[in-house]
Design a protein around this ligand. Structure first.
Ligand SMILES: Nc1ncnc2c1ncn2[C@@H]1O[C@H](COP(=O)(O)OP(=O)(O)OP(=O)(O)O)[C@@H](O)[C@H]1O
Length: 601
């Protein structure tokens, strides 16, 4: 099983499709630093280009020709090139950082954007653990790209410079080296397919271990109570063994690359040494050129091939797999109805709930079952019920955030779930428990749903919510909230979010325990302000006082939805009386529920 749902199929070619596009997108602003890196790489290539050539000259024109001073001069030149390379390597760190750090920011932004837009559009559950896992994968990409720029780049430069240097020194020896080297590079490219396939399988297997271990740890008490320890251990053990097998397969793929170094590095050296004496005798090459060619092979080619088949191959495979997973997770989801109302716009804002049923999965028990309800324009309805009975689910359905599994909800005659992403919050404002105050001024926060609100309207919303002391403490509505989570308490954040909703034009407001962090007095102020605001108010209550303030109460008891006034429900519904008793400890008097209430029948 893959946690991110990425296929483990046979797609093995490196950097195609979404993974390549994601990498290109994240590096799109790095043109300048990449050009600087390329420039410094040319200087870095000096020793690889000139080492064999300088050594051959030192021997042929210096030490072997009885001119040790000239020989030393050539050796000195080579040493200078090494110093220049060291300086170039040092200068590379700045452009490297300028390349990978913005890339990390771009990837994190893409991950968070995709997760938020999926959650907002209802295309997937909000997955905080997934965001955390993906941001750690982003860090892996940053580290691997940084490491590849430090290894693969000089490696490529070295390979090219070595071949150029060798060809300039002794073309015949260059030909001897080039043929097995080309064969080795082709074998390497082919082997990378299997490396990436095996590495992908290893990552998926690791995720399986994490998932199965997490499931077992999360249900530890249940497993112990069932006496199913052996069964649970068997499951996680199988995942662990599969992961170990996948890791061994990766190691075999790495080991299988050793012959590539023998083919592309050691064999050319052998050929140069075998052919050298004959070529020297024929006068085709000098002794110094044979030694110089050997230095090109042993000093540059063999280390480069070792680096290529070891570190670089591993990093490349890792980058490919991680980018694939990030690309799958950050694929944009479709914008429903391009933010417009499908079909006709709602006429009015009466809510009609007809045989509404909703389950969180195709095989799950319905949380909301066959509910019928009418909420006329301007109503003040309070929804109550035991914890977990489905109140928030119903609120989400009324706000059009969830689509009914059966039945329908009409707002002004139009299915609320069909409203576009812009019209929906303008028609139905859902204020949940977790108030979100974003970074910026208080004024921008308050006017988010009503960008045209004038200062007087903003001041009215502040007064209506009793937010004045908070605004004063922060230094006015234009004070910038740098870190709202730290600067405001949970209750203050709820007040800001409430004022924002109060200021909006939404004709229907749903308060889903939106005042749970306020004291009773502040909660009364907020609910009274919303009740006095034109439009419909639906409150999910967590206190008796909220139920008492409503015009009607809808009781969810898990099997039915019963609607009536507080007095009527108290009289006729033992479940409601029990809830009220739980809230304030009083015994319910007798009475009769509202006959017009529309429970599931
Ligand atoms: N996204 C979800 N996926 C699956 N099940 C869910 C999801 N959200 C809620 N549930 C389940 O649906 C049921 C109803 O949850 P809901 O939050 O609507 O109840 P509630 O009455 O609002 O509870 P509370 O008063 O504790 O907030 C619960 O059993 C809950 O575990």
């Amino acid at each position: 099983m893959s946690l991110t749902g990425v296929s483990t199929g046979a797609r093995t070619a490196p950097f195609r499709g979404p993974a390549a596009r994601l990498l290109a997108r994240s590096l799109s602003g790095a043109g300048g630093p990449l050009r600087r890196i390329a420039l410094w790489s040319v200087l870095e290539a000096g020793p690889a280009l000139a080492s064999g050539w300088a050594l051959a000259a030192a021997l042929d024109r210096g030490f072997l020709a009885g001119e040790p001073g000239t020989g030393l001069l050539w050796i000195g030149l080579l040493a200078t090139l090494y110093v220049v390379r060291a300086l170039a390597e040092r200068a590379l760190f700045d452009p490297l950082a300028a390349c990978v750090e913005p890339m990390r920011d771009a990837l994190v932004t893409a991950v968070v954007d995709a997760t938020l837009s999926r959650a907002v559009r209802g295309a997937g559950a909000y997955d905080a653990a997934g965001v955390s896992r993906m941001t750690s994968q982003v860090d892996t990409v940053r580290l691997v790209v940084g490491a590849l720029l430090r290894t693969a780049r000089p490696l490529t430069v070295t390979l090219i410079a070595t071949l150029v240097g060798l060809a300039a020194l002794a073309p015949v020896l260059a030909a001897v080296v080039a043929v097995p080297l080309a064969a080795a590079l082709i074998a390497f490219a082919v082997s990378m397919r299997s490396v990436i396939r095996r590495r992908r399988a290893a990552v998926v297997a690791e995720e399986d271990v994490a998932a199965s271990t997490g499931a077992v740890l999360g249900a530890g008490r249940d497993i112990a109570a069932l006496g199913a320890v052996a069964l649970a251990c068997g499951t996680t053990g199988r995942s662990a063994r599969a992961s170990a097998r996948a890791s061994v397969a990766v190691a075999w793929a790495a080991a299988a690359r050793v012959p590539i170094v023998l083919l592309g590095g050691q064999l050319p050296l052998l050929l140069v040494l075998l052919a050298g004496p004959t070529l020297v005798e024929e006068g085709t090459v000098s002794a110094g050129e044979v030694v110089g060619a050997s230095l090109y092979v042993t000093g540059s080619l063999v280390p480069a091939l070792q680096l290529l088949t070891g570190t670089v191959a591993g990093l490349w495979g890792q980058l490919q797999v991680v980018l694939e997973r990030l690309a799958a997770a950050t694929e944009p989801c479709e914008e429903p109805a391009s933010g417009t109302v499908r079909g006709d716009a709602p006429s009015g804002y009466r809510i009609d709930v007809d045989h509404l049923t909703f389950a969180y999965g195709p095989h799950a028990e319905p949380v909301v079952r066959d509910v019928r309800l009418s909420v006329p324009e301007g109503d003040h309805l309070v929804i109550v019920g035991a914890s977990g009975v489905g109140k928030s689910t119903l609120a989400g359905l009324l706000a059009g955030l969830e689509r009914p599994s059966g039945g329908r909800i009409l707002l002004g005659g139009r299915p609320v779930a069909d409203l576009g992403t812009r019209e929906r919050p303008a028609a139905v404002a859902l204020l949940p428990q977790e108030a979100y105050v974003f970074r910026g001024t208080l004024r921008d926060n308050l006017r988010y749903l009503a960008p045209d609100a004038d200062p007087a309207a903003v001041a009215a919303s502040i007064a209506a919510m009793g937010l004045g002391p908070v605004v004063e403490r922060l230094g006015g509505v234009d004070a910038v909230l740098e870190d709202p989570a730290a600067e405001l308490s949970s209750g203050e954040r709820q007040l800001v979010a409430a004022a924002r909703t109060w200021l909006s034009d939404a004709p229907v407001v749903l308060l889903d325990e939106a005042t749970c962090h306020l004291d009773m007095r502040s909660e009364a102020v907020v609910e009274a302000a919303f009740a006095a605001r034109p439009g419909t108010l639906v409150v999910i209550a967590h206190r008796l006082a909220s139920a008492l303030r409503g015009r009607r109460v809808l009781l969810l008891d898990g099997t039915r939805a019963v609607c009536g006034t507080h007095t009527e429900l108290l009289a006729a519904e033992p479940g409601y009386a029990a809830l009220v008793g739980h809230w304030d400890g009083t015994a319910p008097p007798a009475g009769r529920p509202d006959a017009s209430a529309v429970p599931g029948e």
